[in-house]
Design a protein. Sequence first.
Length: 290
Amino acid sequence: MTKPVFRLAPSPNGRLHLGHAYSALLNADFARRFDGRLLLRIEDIDTTRCRPEFEQAIYEDLAWLGLQWEEPVRRQSEHFDDYRAAFRTLKGRGILYPCFCSRKDIAEAVACREAETGQPWPRDPDGAPLYPGICQHLSADEIERRIAAGEPHAWRLDMTALKKLLPGPHSYCRFDREGREERVVTDPWRWGDAVILRKDTPTSYHLSVVVDDALQGVTHVVRGQDLEAATDLHVLLQALLGLPTPLYHHHGLVRDPEGDKLAKSRQSQALAELRAAGATPRGIRQHLGF
C-alpha cells in the first residue's frame, strides 16, 4: 500500500512561533504513527512579504525541534506555471470573472447597501463582507477594454454559475488522533464569490494549496482550526479541477494568555526568542503536549 503523505506548509513572512511548532510536531507525530511520509513546502506566493532570511529561519527552527522532512522542498514561487494552468482550466469552465474593484470600492458598496436595507451585509467565515457583485455583470467589451488597458484585476469564482454546474452536496473526510474518519458536509457558498487569482500574483492561497497538495500526493492535511472553513472552498476547487480530496484534521490553536491565537501579525513570541531565552526542544515539546 502507498504510504500516507503529510506536509508542513509554513510561509516565510515572519518567524515561526509556538502555534507553528504545535502544527509541525503534530504532523510529524501523525506521520510516525501512520507510518507515513513528511514533506515540507514553503508557501511563498506573496513575494512582497516573504523573505529569504525567514525561509532560512524556518529550516533552522524545524531542525532545532528535531524534525526531518523529505527533499526536495517545494517552493511555491518556483511553480507559478502550475497555478496558471489550473487557472486556465477554471476559466475555461466559465465559472470565473475578472474583478477590478479595490477594497475601498467594496467597502463603499457594502456600506451603501447596508444603508439602503437597514440590515448588516453578510460576511464570510473570516468576517469579511461578501463581494457585492459589482463586476459580475460587466460586458465582454468592457472587460476586454479594461484588461487591454492594463487595469489591475483579480479573478473571482462565480458562485451562481457554480451552483448550477456543481450543486453538491460536497463533502470530505476528517480524521482524529486515532485515525477514525468522519464525513463532513461543506458549504462553499458561504464564501461568496471568492478571489481565486489575486491582483498582485498569478494565484491565491486557495488555488495554490489545492494544486500543490495534488501534485505532491498529499493524502492527509493537518492544520489549524482557523483554516477549517477554507476547506469548503478547497473541496470545491478539487472537484472543479478533477483532483483528489485528502483527509483533513483541523487541530486546536495555541493561544496567548489573553485567549488570542498566536500570529506573526501580532508579533507573537518567536521560537528563536524562546531558544535565545534558554528554551529546549524537549521543553517546547512537553509544553505543547508531546
